[in-house]
Design a protein around this ligand. Structure first.
Ligand SMILES: [Ca+2]
Ligand SMILES: [Ca+2]
Ligand SMILES: [Ca+2]
Length: 148
């Protein structure tokens, strides 16, 4: 059961980035040390892997930079709420650390998923429990509209 919900949470994370690709097949184990909870290190590792796949998928011209138009592909899910272009632009602004108008893989990885982890860690104990993971999934972990 627990394994199932963790897998589902991971699948939701993956699916939020890539609606095109089925989320089945190989998935990172979100609980590498087997405690039933996810540490930030584990979460961050998954985040980085997910980013690498997402980055490769979004980088349409393979120049190792994502511009707003490329990021709009990621924002397509948010189309109903403000439009993919706007969502792509917002995401770019959020991630573009050096302000050059594009996002590199390093910039994408910069926070190591910390924002998302902190948002999901409801009791702030530095772990994500299966419950917190499933809450994150229910709250719509992906998409353009993060928590304030
Ligand atoms: Ca590019
Ligand atoms: Ca940049
Ligand atoms: Ca927690």
């Amino acid at each position: 059961m627990m394994r199932l919900s963790l897998a589902a949470a991971t699948a939701a994370l993956l699916a939020s980035a890539a609606s095109a690709q089925p989320a089945g097949g190989r998935q990172a184990n979100p609980d590498a040390d087997g405690y039933g909870k996810v540490t930030f290190a584990e979460f961050s590792a998954i985040h980085s892997q997910r980013n690498a796949r997402m980055f490769a998928r979004l980088d349409a011209n393979n120049d190792s930079k994502l511009v707003a138009a490329e990021m709009a592909a990621m924002g397509q899910r948010a189309q109903a709420s403000g439009g993919a272009q706007a969502a792509g632009g917002r995401m770019l602004q959020r991630m573009d650390i050096d302000g050059d108008g594009s996002v590199t893989k390093a910039e994408m990885d910069a926070d190591g998923g910390k924002r998302r982890f902190d948002a999901a860690d409801a009791n702030k104990d530095g772990w994500l429990s299966p419950e917190e993971l499933s809450m994150m999934r229910q709250n719509g972990a992906g998409g353009g509209q993060g928590p304030a």
